[in-house]
Write a protein that binds this ligand. Structure first.
Ligand code: GTP
Ligand code: MG
Length: 162
């Protein structure tokens, strides 16, 4: 059961792992350098999570950490609409890599506690999620701060950790 978490810098990847892992939310999270590996236990499921760094210089290594995993989670800051074009580019660039063939994808529109965030429908459109083929795709709106939709995220992760 291995899961890789990708997405642009400051989208909330490490926050997601912290909140799932120990329920801890913080305003101050240190930007990840390269990657951070964590084992997280929920009930009888142990998830091995690769929390990758989102800054531009680290994006070229994302596909290597997606090789052979059970699922890929792409975290988006749904409030930072100016970055959607870059998100779209990086997402489809990654999905085109052979290492990701057929791997289930969960797109999270994080930070929905912030006024003016994009809805799931808006994310599907801005990120061309309806054009993703040959893999299961889910998209949820969520907030690590308020923990909105955390339960369905954990359910999705647990059901893809076999
Ligand atoms: N308002 C709000 N802020 C959030 C949320 N999730 C994360 N943040 C904040 O966003 C900032 C970046 O969070 P990180 O979890 O470090 O982001 P990251 O994607 O791991 O960033 P990199 O490691 O640099 O790729 C931190 O200040 C978090 O507190 C959220 O749901 N709502
Ligand atoms: Mg991080």
């Amino acid at each position: 059961a291995e899961i890789t978490i990708v997405g642009l810098q400051a989208s909330g990847k490490t926050s997601l792992v912290n909140v799932i892992g120990n329920g801890q939310w913080s305003e101050d999270v240190v930007p990840t350098v390269a990657f951070h590996f964590r084992k997280v236990r929920r009930g009888n499921v142990t998830m091995k999570i690769w929390d990758l760094a989102g800054q531009p210089r680290y994006r070229s290594i994302w596909d290597r950490y997606c090789n052979g995993v059970d699922a890929v989670v792409f975290v988006v800051d749904s409030h930072d609409k100016e970055k959607f074009e870059t998100v779209n580019f990086e997402l489809h660039q990654l999905l085109a890599q052979p290492t990701l063939k057929g791997v289930p994808l969960l797109v999270l529109g994080n930070k929905n506690d912030l006024e003016g965030h994009a809805t799931v429908q808006e994310l599907i459109k801005a990120l061309d999620l309806d054009k993703v083929q040959n893999r299961p795709v889910s998209c949820y709106s969520c907030s690590m701060k308020s923990q909105h939709n955390l339960d369905i995220i954990i359910q999705w992760l647990a059901s893809h950790s076999h």
